[in-house]
Design a binder for this molecule. Sequence first.
Ligand SMILES: Cc1cc2nc3c(=O)[nH]c(=O)nc-3n(C[C@H](O)[C@H](O)[C@H](O)COP(=O)(O)OP(=O)(O)OC[C@H]3O[C@@H](n4cnc5c(N)ncnc54)[C@H](O)[C@@H]3O)c2cc1C
Ligand SMILES: NC(=O)c1ccc[n+]([C@@H]2O[C@H](COP(=O)([O-])OP(=O)(O)OC[C@H]3O[C@@H](n4cnc5c(N)ncnc54)[C@H](OP(=O)(O)O)[C@@H]3O)[C@@H](O)[C@H]2O)c1
Length: 275
Amino acid sequence: MGIKDRMKPLILAGKTEINDPSLAIFRFQPVEGQIANFEAGQYFTIGDDVAKPEGVKFVPRPYSISSSPRVRDSVEFYIVKVDGGEFTTHLFNKKIGETLWYMGPKGKFTLNHTKLAHLVFIGTGTGLAPFVSMIRTLKMDGTAKNFTLTLMHGNRTCAELGYLDEMRGYETDPALNFAYLPTVSRPDGDPGWNAAVGRGRVNDTLRFLLGMHKQGKVEPVLPARQSREIFLERMPPGKTAYFLCGNPDMISDAKAALAESKFAPPEEIFSEDYW
Ligand SMILES: Cc1cc2nc3c(=O)[nH]c(=O)nc-3n(C[C@H](O)[C@H](O)[C@H](O)COP(=O)(O)OP(=O)(O)OC[C@H]3O[C@@H](n4cnc5c(N)ncnc54)[C@H](O)[C@@H]3O)c2cc1C
Ligand SMILES: NC(=O)c1ccc[n+]([C@@H]2O[C@H](COP(=O)([O-])OP(=O)(O)OC[C@H]3O[C@@H](n4cnc5c(N)ncnc54)[C@H](OP(=O)(O)O)[C@@H]3O)[C@@H](O)[C@H]2O)c1
């Protein structure tokens, strides 16, 4: 029995590009019944038959779910087309109404591993996806106000800041105590850059908040009208859990910075490496 025999069919129902045909939010509907139950932060494995010069090959890949498990008539993912990527090159050519396959859920990147009420989410690129699911779920459950939520999202340029309007909406939503810190690592020459977005890699933004030297080339600068003091109040040492997702080098540097600064013990740092 191959992996495909253990998977269920999904219909591609929607694809929303984020300013570029290589970055998109995909929505799928189950062929029968509901999407399998999952916890916010988990992932499904999606797969499909991919035509190769040597013949057709079934290619499965894991993707964090960005929709909430409270909505099970469809499922959403935030996916970047990796240059030369075996699966994503195929996925970005799929048409609305076509079928793919999924299995799961899997993964331990979920909020039930901490009892702390101050939560800092740090993601690069599509590593935002599990945090979208978590925030949506806390809001739908009416429990978001029990937490101090801080989201730091790092991208190369402003055009890649997916879910921007939704995140900006949560900043002023009375149902949440939410701070949003978008930052871009290539602001010079970025036509979309404006002072409402920070400068520098997101691990350097964290380093700046922790009072440490940067690792990358771009000097970290917070978005206008945000201050180090405001963020430090939101992340008291020993009372804050950190969730890190995306680029593995960002994750290892953020872990090192948190350990060195003693802001969080290892058991309150949770991570999901994308490769
Ligand atoms: C638990 C988990 C959850 C994931 N969730 C997501 C998600 O929500 N959205 C998403 O876009 N990807 C996600 N990924 C990555 C995804 O599984 C694939 O690795 C990615 O889509 C590339 O597949 P591919 O077949 O096109 O590339 P491949 O031909 O397999 O090439 C893979 C190589 O591309 C690079 N790479 C892989 N993923 C990325 C990435 N996101 N950004 C930059 N470089 C990358 C790495 O160097 C990797 O070795 C997740 C990975 C894991 C392990
Ligand atoms: N719109 C598009 O066409 C498009 C968009 C995005 C990605 N892609 C492709 O998709 C893939 C993924 O790109 P991505 O931008 O999502 O992910 P990425 O390359 O991981 O970049 C996301 C963020 O992580 C930072 N980063 C890179 N290396 C780091 C390190 N060693 N330590 C800390 N931070 C680091 C980047 O900063 P730096 O700027 O300093 O690298 C950027 O701010 C790539 O193959 C890319 O070519 C295409």
